[in-house]
Design a protein around this ligand. Structure first.
Ligand code: F58
Length: 837
């Protein structure tokens, strides 16, 4: 692994290896012992594995802090534009390994631990996962923070410090059971509490007009409640650079830890209750449930973090520039989906009500500050809020939105004379039926740029959900295909692969992932191919040991590892994968002498707690696994495992071990996908539809190195329009019918024929995601996979070419595009001679 020597600032203290900044093995050992004593207050002999983790975390954090402070001061001095990434989720994954890697200290730390009688991997294992996100969207935010720092772009990630992140998933009797995620139980060495950075956030109440001292008519918000947001800062170090950026997460609090006044008035319980209510705001991350579950708290959360973040940005602007006129030159604020879209109204409120700007100047500033990324086309996932709820919680914002809407709709009327239907569609408020505020419309109107997350998705945005907005402002729209950070995806997850690539690829490929192209000629090199297979086999062995330990199932590392790892959702079609497994089971049972390519099917992923069908799919996977794995007639050639509790940490074990990556969503439904990129970076081949970023991955790696099946988005549309009847497809496909019959027969459910009926009935009657329609094409393609896998050399060649050509899916590429086309943000480079301002 690359070591970055000379990164240290050569101040007098650091000359002779300061305890808190020294990088040598000796200095690290000294620092570790020192922290062990002074942080945990224990002798070495008494320390637990958790203590070892905490102490190493502090030791590494010490090595970030000077850079953190220097970066902030240099950013300020440079006057450079700061990117503010507003996101309700940051799915960071463990910090310790990442920071050691980015500091270039891996080998030294490993050796220091060894000399202290500890194993680095076991120490890393102790870190609790900061699971502050649901899935792809939250993980993307974390990858982007990594790339922003690595590209030396001044950036702040703003979000919520949830006390409970995404639930831990336990499998009981094949069902998902949710367990609360107390990730802060043992403390969090990576965060720096900032008690001085606290902002008030108002909720509820009403507004009134008043005349200010200059005789102007103004609006005042008289809230029912005020909570406070306190900042918790986490340093985000770039890879191989000096820069450390800031992740600032807000925790909600009551005004005082105790309301003394109420106490004195005798309302003790009332005071305690206010405190509980206030602290609830940042208590728990919402799982991406079915629409409309317990939404009030969610709206408050969104407003809470957005308001704190904008107040913080305004404070910084006033401090650094002294005025708010240049706000859009100072900040580019990215809305990660519509969850922070209330920012459009909140910035208007802050500028007009609190900072006394004229409406037009405020609107001009607001529209030049925000940019919006859309992450979904599913109509049911587009966020709207009932007008009643909105008015009750955010009365002033509703007034502001109405005013924005009036002016906006006048503009629409002027452009499209007489087209009142269009006006109704584009309105920020859906006046029909339920009367709701449309957050995507608000985000479009309040932003200077709107983007989708893969080419196909961006095109579909323009022709479907945001069509009217595209017709009005085509210049606002662009595509920014997602990317993932190769630091975590390759270097941290797959050290053997990293070492093998290091042997043959020149230059710092982890920063310039396109350099992986240098691997191409090695696809023809038999020795290299052999080594490549060795790397894959070792990853499969590691996963097999893990699966043995946590699931208790034995899997054969020499079988084809066929993996589908992502949130469980009908549109992602895990049940299509299951139908393939059941079909193979059928084939083997009907012909006991049949030899197939031995496969291990690996699933992983959480279902939203309220999503019944997704939970039933998990039960189905586990039920099929139970029967298949214990049937001696098939279990030499077929195994199925569901790896529980997929999170960043467990995923790092899974991606490297895959031979085949399942990216089988119905075309047009997956906005991009990022797991598809992670698998491919680790040398898996993809079986996939032309959906999301699969399309671009296939273009990049070459159609001959990608297993394509299924209907295109257009064909999906046509089939649906022509009146799709799934049962007629089932009738005509004998193999599909017997697979469905077998599930129906109760074989996988101890004779209970009702258990999977909701799933099966839905497949036969509605099949909204065209599982039946794509089944034949999928099975034929899987048969091709089986044949190709047996040709070991050709498979390895394809695997190498996948990695060689995947460089464009680094999040560095994505962030460069955002910086150049949307944010207009530039690097602030620092080196060992950069002084503290
Ligand atoms: C995902 N969205 C997309 N949403 O589904 C995926 O295609 C894309 O690659 C990824 O974003 C990144 O662009 C997603 O993960 C959520 O998890 C939301 C969280 C908040 C509640 C609603 C779902």
């Amino acid at each position: 692994m690359n070591e970055f020597v000379n990164m240290e600032r050569l101040t007098p203290e650091t000359h002779h290896e300061h305890t808190r900044t020294g990088r040598s093995v000796e200095a690290l050992k000294r620092a570790f012992n020192d922290n062990l004593f002074y942080v945990t207050g224990q002798p070495f002999a008494k320390a637990t594995p958790q203590d070892h983790y905490r102490v190493l975390a502090y030791t590494i954090r010490d090595r970030l802090l000077e850079r953190f402070i220097t970066s902030a001061q240099n950013y300020k001095r440079s006057g450079a534009k700061t990117v503010c990434y507003l996101s309700a989720e940051f799915l960071l994954g463990p910090h310790l390994g990442n920071n050691i890697l980015n500091l270039g200290l891996w080998d030294n730390v490993e050796q220091a631990m060894q000399e202290l009688g500890l194993e680095l991997d076991s120490v890393l294992e102790q870190e609790a996962e900061p699971g502050l996100g649901n899935g792809g969207l939250g993980r993307l935010a974390a990858c982007y923070m990594d790339s922003l720092a690595t590209l030396e772009i001044p950036a702040i990630g703003y979000g919520i410090r949830y006390e409970f992140g995404i639930f831990d998933q336990v499998i009981q009797d094949g069902w998902q059971v949710e367990v609360t995620d107390a990730w802060l139980r043992n403390g969090n060495p990576w965060e720096l509490p900032r008690p001085n950075l606290r902002y008030p956030v108002n909720l509820g109440g009403h507004t009134e007009l008043y005349t200010d001292e200059n005789g102007n008519q103004r609006v005042r918000w008289l809230p029912e409640q005020t909570v406070y947001g306190m900042a918790y800062d986490t340093p985000i170090l770039g890879y191989g650079v000096y820069n450390v950026n800031l992740l600032r997460l807000w925790k909600s609090e009551a005004r005082e830890s105790f309301d003394f006044q109420a106490f004195n008035l005798g309302d003790y319980y009332g005071a305690v209750n206010d405190k509980v209510v206030a602290e609830n705001l940042s208590k728990v991350l919402y799982p991406n449930d079915e629409p409309e579950a317990g939404k009030e708290l969610r709206l408050k959360q969104q407003y809470f973090f957005v308001s704190c973040s904008l107040q913080d940005m305004i404070r910084i602007a006033l401090r650094d520039v002294g005025s708010l006129d240049c706000f859009p030159e100072k900040f580019a604020a990215q809305l990660n989906d519509t969850h922070p879209a209330i920012a459009v109204a909140e910035l208007m409120r802050l500028l007009v009500d609190e900072h006394a700007l004229a409406w037009d100047s405020a609107w001009n500033i607001t529209r030049r500050t925000f940019a919006y990324t859309n992450h979904t086309l599913l109509p049911e996932a587009l966020e709207t809020w009932s007008l009643d709820l909105f008015e009750r919680i955010l009365p002033r914002h509703l007034e502001i939105i109405r005013e924005i809407n009036n002016q906006f709709l006048d503009e629409v009327r002027m452009r499209f004379l007489g087209d009142e239907q269009r006006v109704a569609r584009m309105s920020l408020i859906d006046e029909a039926g339920g009367r709701r505020v449309r957050m995507a419309n608000l985000a479009c109107v309040g932003s200077f740029a709107v983007n989708g997350v893969a080419q196909l998705h961006s095109e579909l945005l323009k022709s479907t959900v945001l069509r009217d907005f595209h017709e009005l402002w085509p210049e606002k729209f662009s595509n920014k295909t997602n990317g993932v950070t190769p630091r975590r995806t390759i270097a941290l997850s797959n050290r053997p692969l990293t070492a093998l690539i290091d042997e043959v690829v020149d230059g710092d490929w982890l920063r310039n992932l396109e350099s992986l192209r240098q691997l191409e000629p090695y696809a023809e090199n038999p020795t290299f191919r052999e080594n490549w297979r060795g790397v894959k086999l070792s990853a499969k062995q590691r996963l097999a040991a893990y699966v043995q330990r946590v699931v208790g199932v034995t899997i054969d590392p020499h079988s084809l590892f066929d993996m589908q790892v992502k949130r469980i959702h009908e549109y992602k079609r895990q049940h299509l994968n299951v139908l393939h497994i059941v079909s193979l089971y059928n084939r083997l049972k009907h012909d006991p002498s049949l030899k197939i390519t031995p496969r291990t099917f690996v699933f992983g992923g959480k279902a939203a707690p309220g999503y019944r069908m997704a939970k039933l799919i998990i039960k189905l996977i586990n039920s099929v696994a139970e029967i298949v794995n214990r049937d001696p007639q098939v279990n030499q050639q077929l195994r199925v495992v569901f790896v529980p509790d997929l999170n960043v940490k467990t995923a790092q074990q899974i991606y490297p071990a895959a031979d085949l990556s399942e990216q089988i969503s119905t075309a047009g439904k997956e906005a991009s996908g990022t797991g598809n990129m992670k698998f491919s970076m680790n040398g898996a081949l993809t079986i996939g539809t032309l959906d999301g970023a699969n399309v671009e991955i296939r273009d990049a790696v070459g159609a001959e190195n990608f297993f394509l099946f299924g209907r295109t988005e257009q064909q999906v549309q046509e089939l649906v329009a022509s009146g799709y009847q799934p049962w007629s497809v089932v009738e005509q496909d004998e193999e599909l019918r017997s697979a469905i019959d077998l599930i129906n027969s109760g074989l996988f459910s101890h004779g209970d024929r009702q258990l999977f009926a909701p799933l099966i009935d839905d497949l036969l009657q509605r099949d909204p995601y065209l599982v039946c329609a794509d089944y034949r094409s999928y099975l034929d393609c899987q048969d091709q996979v089986a044949v190709r896998y047996r040709d070991v050399d050709s498979w390895t060649r394809m695997s190498i070419l996948n990695v060689a050509r995947i460089g464009g899916f680094s999040s560095d590429r994505a962030i460069r595009e955002y910086c150049e086309h949307i944010w207009k943000a530039q690097a602030v480079t620092m080196n060992l001679n950069t002084e503290i301002a």
